[in-house]
Write a protein that binds this ligand. Structure first.
Ligand code: GLP
Length: 237
């Protein structure tokens, strides 16, 4: 595991966008695993600018998103499909037919894992981390062998994500997520975390024991993980 500590969110986003851009330039037909949340927004924005300047092309790239709420229409502004369109897909030249979300496969979630495998597997997976250590929506207690499936959101996740909704009651209670084994099969993983509210979980996840109670701790067992932090998220290390 390689850990970068950047001076601020802008530098974190630049580091992440740089790694992804180099990767896509070298492997234009690559399969990317993508994350939502506030952590990767700056990175998506920079990649969009690189596209605008003609420095990169996503024409032959395929993407699989990590997770999606269940029960929200795709045009709902809180859906992850909407988030990805607004923050990334609309800014790049990807063929929208090559962008996939686990919720589209409900209830046959095993088809999502199969689709990923048929595409050659995920070459590079982007992750954020929840304050409770979740990756995707794999909440504490998730089996390390889990595959794509429907999950119930933890109370802490509902509270954390309520900031994006008008009221907490509007936050969906269930979601579809790649499983932990789905994520661990990615050939390369980049995890982004910023802000002081991530400081404790970063320490636990990457310097504590590997445990089901901290799902992200499983990444200690992956052979190619890059963690990119800002100073605040790294301040507990
Ligand atoms: C959300 C998403 C995750 C995301 C995480 C962190 O609930 N399901 O995929 O990585 O929580 O979000 P943020 O980057 O906003 O802190």
């Amino acid at each position: 595991m390689k850990i970068y500590t950047e001076k601020d969110y802008g530098a974190l986003s630049e580091r992440a966008a740089g790694i992804i851009a180099d990767f896509v330039k070298k492997n234009p037909k690559c399969v990317l695993g993508l994350a939502t949340g506030s952590s990767p927004v700056g990175m998506y924005d920079l990649l969009g600018k690189m596209r605008e300047e003609g420095k990169i092309s996503f024409e032959n790239t395929t993407t699989f998103n990590l997770d999606e709420y269940l029960g929200l229409a795709p045009e709902n502004q809180q859906s992850y499909r909407f988030f990805m369109k607004k923050n990334f897909f609309d800014k790049i030249n990807i063929d929208i037919k090559n962008t996939f979300f686990p919720s589209d496969f409900a209830p046959n979630y095993e088809d999502y894992d199969r689709k990923i495998e048929e595409g050659g597997g995920i070459d590079l997976q982007v992750l954020g981390i929840g304050r409770n250590g979740h990756i995707g929506f794999n909440e504490p207690g998730s089996d390390f062998l889990s595959k794509t499936r429907e999950v119930k959101l933890a109370e802490t996740t509902i509270k954390d994500n309520a900031r994006f909704f008008d009221k907490i009651e509007d936050v969906p209670k269930t979601a579809a997520t790649m499983g932990i084994s789905t994520i661990m099969k990615a050939k390369k993983i980049i995890l982004l975390a910023n802000g002081k509210n991530k400081k404790e979980i970063i320490k636990k996840a990457f310097f504590g024991p590997v445990t089901l109670e901290v799902p992200a701790s499983v990444l200690q067992r992956h052979k190619d993980v890059i963690v990119i932090l800002d100073k605040e998220a790294a301040s507990g290390l």
